[in-house]
Ligand binder design. Structure first.
Ligand SMILES: *[C@@H]1O[C@H](CO)[C@@H](O)[C@H](O)[C@H]1NC(C)=O
Ligand SMILES: *[C@@H]1O[C@H](CO)[C@@H](O)[C@H](O)[C@H]1NC(C)=O
Ligand SMILES: *[C@@H]1O[C@H](CO)[C@@H](O)[C@H](O)[C@H]1NC(C)=O
Ligand SMILES: *[C@@H]1O[C@H](CO)[C@@H](O)[C@H](O)[C@H]1NC(C)=O
Length: 256
């Protein structure tokens, strides 16, 4: 190694030394043990602050969440529906019922329930009841007490500075659509508000099917987005900052 390289390495170690860690926000309460009680309480404590965003860590607001992709779904009867310019309100209402760590499987399990409201523009194409539809308008969907079980597989990766950071490897979730949902679509049958209202009423009478058809694709997006943001949080803060549980060998993985 040339002298120039050596100076560069020493400099970068100084500049990126651990004294430079971002201070942990005060709503993050690290656990000292792997108990459900601690993780559940820590998640409860973290949500209200976390959803507001952490600008210094590059973490955006999660509530409201502006959906920057069109969300398309095919409903029974080959009805195609697309949401655009949509906004999801409600991640801040999520209440963790139980959060547990299954360390052997490197998995965290979150059981929670939330209230969501989605609003935006929709377009609809296809056959619904007796009508051939090709329409668009404003959509508003309220989903009450949506239960979600989210399983996140993660490990701790050592970076070149020797600091451990959580990395989300994969996740899956299950939603219980036994929940209540109210759907409102303006201009459903073009130029006929009375029939539109009747059709909506019929749709809303099977809210369980609605929740699954409409709620599913929106939840897919929201959960994927929230986990992307969570990964940014893990990149910004070290394992030692956010957890006071000593790391054991099986949790580690050297960055390749
Ligand atoms: C989203 O949907 C709207 C309305 O259908 C359309 O005008 C727009 O091009 C779509 N955007 C993308 C990125 O597909
Ligand atoms: C959801 O809204 C209902 C009705 O307003 C309320 O009773 C319930 O406590 C709310 N749940 C959450 C998780 O905010
Ligand atoms: C649906 O939304 C429209 C426009 O915001 C409103 O006028 C109407 O009362 C709503 N209908 C229902 C059933 O909530
Ligand atoms: C999450 O991140 C992945 C990888 O960068 C990206 O492909 C995906 O679109 C992101 N999801 C959302 C909802 O923004």
């Amino acid at each position: 190694m040339s002298y120039g390289h050596y100076v560069l390495v020493v400099l970068s170690v100084c500049v990126y030394g651990s004294w430079q860690l971002l201070p942990l926000p005060d709503f993050i309460h690290p656990c000292k043990e792997l108990s459900d009680e601690c993780f559940t309480q820590a998640t409860l404590d973290a949500i209200p602050g976390f959803v507001l965003g952490i600008p210094e860590a590059g973490i955006p607001t999660l509530d409201p969440l502006y959906l920057d992709q069109n969300i398309s779904m095919t409903l029974p009867g080959n009805l195609k529906m697309t949401f655009h310019n949509a906004k999801l309100v409600g991640l801040s209402t999520c209440i963790p019922d139980k959060v547990s760590s299954r360390r052997k499987k490197r998995t965290f399990v979150f059981d929670m329930h939330c209230n969501f409201t989605v609003s935006g523009q929709y377009s609809l194409l296809g056959r619904l009841l007796l009508f051939n539809l090709d329409t668009e308008g404003q959509a508003k969907i309220k989903i009450y007490n949506q239960r979600i079980r989210l399983e996140v597989v993660e490990r701790v990766v050592l970076n070149e500075k020797g600091e451990g950071h959580y990395k989300i490897n994969s996740y899956k979730y299950k939603a219980d659509y036994g929940t209540d949902l109210k759907l409102n679509l303006t201009n459903l049958i073009r130029g006929n508000p009375q029939i539109s209202a009747n059709v909506l009423q019929v749709l809303n009478s099977d809210s369980q099917a609605l929740a699954k058809d409409f709620g599913g694709p929106i939840l897919d997006y929201a959960i994927d987005y929230a986990l992307n943001v969570t990964q940014r949080f893990f990149d910004a803060y070290t394992y030692d900052q956010i957890s006071h549980v000593p790391l054991t060998e099986e949790f580690f993985e050297k960055e390749k």
